[in-house]
Ligand binder design. Structure first.
Ligand SMILES: Cc1ncc(COP(=O)(O)O)c(C=O)c1O
Length: 447
């Protein structure tokens, strides 16, 4: 038995099967964009611990900040004693993500431990701010695995048998132009979908009962699907018209992934509340709700927070990670990384019609694999085979999308061009290998 196999066997014996195991990789050590497994093999990390390692594994500045803070104060509970790392991180986030309206000032920040917890708290805050119960969310959305997070999450396999789910959740189709565009331009499609949302207020739930609309500006687990142009602006207008709190879930999109601190910057729309986690902590568990002060302060004392929220060591890690992102200008790097991935995926799409769509913003790039170029025939098995072959060839890459047929790239942004190109070649070769072996799709079908 290899060391990898031994570790996996120990896992199987003691860890419940409900905890997803999406690859057979193991990890002992991480540096930059490389993970070393239990057998000493080096893997190029194209998954980044699901979007957490934008700034790279074990960056010295981050590890030093963690060590230093650990030697000073591990925990005090911010409810009990105020400590500076929490306040400093909140100040930094308020500067990076100002949420106040024109002419207004001040942005407030709540720190919690995970993306799901951030989502839970954003909804609690929106309900208190509006005095209304309902929340509108989207098909293919992913907002976490707490009960409310799961209730807002779309994909059934994430929530099977876990109900009853939280009430007053209303789901509308995400404006996925590739899957549902039906020949409309992205702009016309956005208008049609906004009109459908307005109809929802007549037929499904009254706008007067809606506390919040929550949306990922670019869906993550849903398959790296950006909202079409004009859609988020339209949502902003609808929310303003009806006094609804607009929440952007930036847990996967945030902190340089799309080439900006926030994906919403690409769309020119500022939400009332936003949720953050993953790469914000540089590897330690920390998350945030950021929002307009009048909305954030609507939450009554005692209704938000938690024992560990904004732990000092996690705050120090986050502050050091953000500093590093600034120093390395990871937003610019994300655009370069994204351009390189897009060019390679598009070139692959020229060679085989199984690559139905290449999409994303910045380094949040993906390709959707389909049968015969048909958006409605997901090539799920092919995508799985591709990820397995990649792992055998030293590249850790994961899928997303409701049918698990989207190959997504979440590599650290500090990845070198050489590493990126090498990993992309492994992915390309894996697709071509399996297409060549498959019956339905053929290499060169569109050439
Ligand atoms: C958009 C989005 N929201 C929320 C979550 C949940 O975050 P966590 O796993 O930290 O609870 C995720 C996790 O993938 C996510 O992608």
């Amino acid at each position: 038995m290899t060391e990898n196999e031994k570790l996996l066997a120990r896992r199987e014996a003691v860890v419940p099967r409900g905890v997803p195991r999406v690859t057979t990789a193991t990890a002992v050590k991480g540096r930059g964009a490389v993970i070393t497994d239990a057998d000493g093999n080096e893997l190029l990390d194209f998954a980044g611990g699901i979007g957490v390692m934008n700034a790279g594994h074990c960056q010295e500045a981050v590890v030093d900040a963690i060590r230093t803070q650990a030697g000073e104060l591990l925990h005090a509970c911010f409810h009990v004693a105020t400590y500076e790392p929490y306040v400093e991180l909140a100040e930094k986030l308020a500067t990076l993500f100002p949420h106040h309206r024109e002419g207004g000032e001040g942005t407030k920040v709540l720190l919690v431990n995970s993306g799901a917890e951030a989502v839970e708290n954003a909804v609690k805050i929106a309900r208190q701010a509006t005095g209304r119960p309902a929340v509108i969310c989207f098909s293919e959305a992913f907002h976490g695995r707490t009960l409310l997070g799961m209730s807002l999450t779309s994909k059934v396999t994430y929530k099977m048998g876990c109900g009853p789910f939280a009430p007053e959740i209303y789901r509308v189709p995400f404006p996925n132009h590739y899957a549902r565009g039906e020949g409309h331009t992205p702009e016309a499609f956005a208008t049609r979908e906004l009109n459908r949302l307005r109809e929802t207020f007549q037929t499904v739930v009254s706008a007067d009962d809606v506390a919040a609309i929550i949306i990922e500006p670019v869906q993550g687990e849903g398959g790296f699907v950006p909202a079409p142009p004009g859609y988020l602006q339209g949502l902003r207008e609808i929310c303003d018209e009806h006094g609804i709190v607009l929440i952007f879930d930036e847990v996967q999109t945030g902190f340089c992934r799309t080439g900006r601190w926030a994906a919403y910057e690409h769309f020119g729309v500022i939400p009332d509340l936003s949720t953050w986690a993953k790469s914000m902590g540089g590897g330690l568990p920390i998350a945030a709700v950021i929002g307009r002060p009048e909305v954030m302060d609507a939450a009554r004392p005692g209704t938000i927070g938690g024992t560990y929220g904004g732990n000092p060591v996690a705050c120090a890690s986050s502050l050091a990670t953000i500093r590093l992102m600034e120093e390395l200008d990871l937003n610019t790097r994300a655009m370069e990384v994204g351009d390189r991935i897009r060019a390679r995926f598009e070139a692959l799409a020229e060679r085989t019609d199984v690559v139905g769509d290449v999409r994303g913003i910045g380094a949040m790039m993906a390709m959707e694999l389909v049968e015969g170029g048909d958006p409605h025939r997901p090539a799920t098995q092919l995508a799985t085979a591709v990820t397995l072959t990649c792992l055998e060839n030293g590249v850790l890459v994961i899928k997303s999308g409701p049918s698990g047929n989207v190959i997504r790239i979440l590599s650290p942004l500090v990845i070198t061009d050489e590493e990126l190109d090498r990993g992309l070649t492994v992915i390309e070769d894996a697709v071509l290998l399996h297409v060549g072996a498959g019956s339905e799709a053929a290499v060169g079908a569109t050439a």
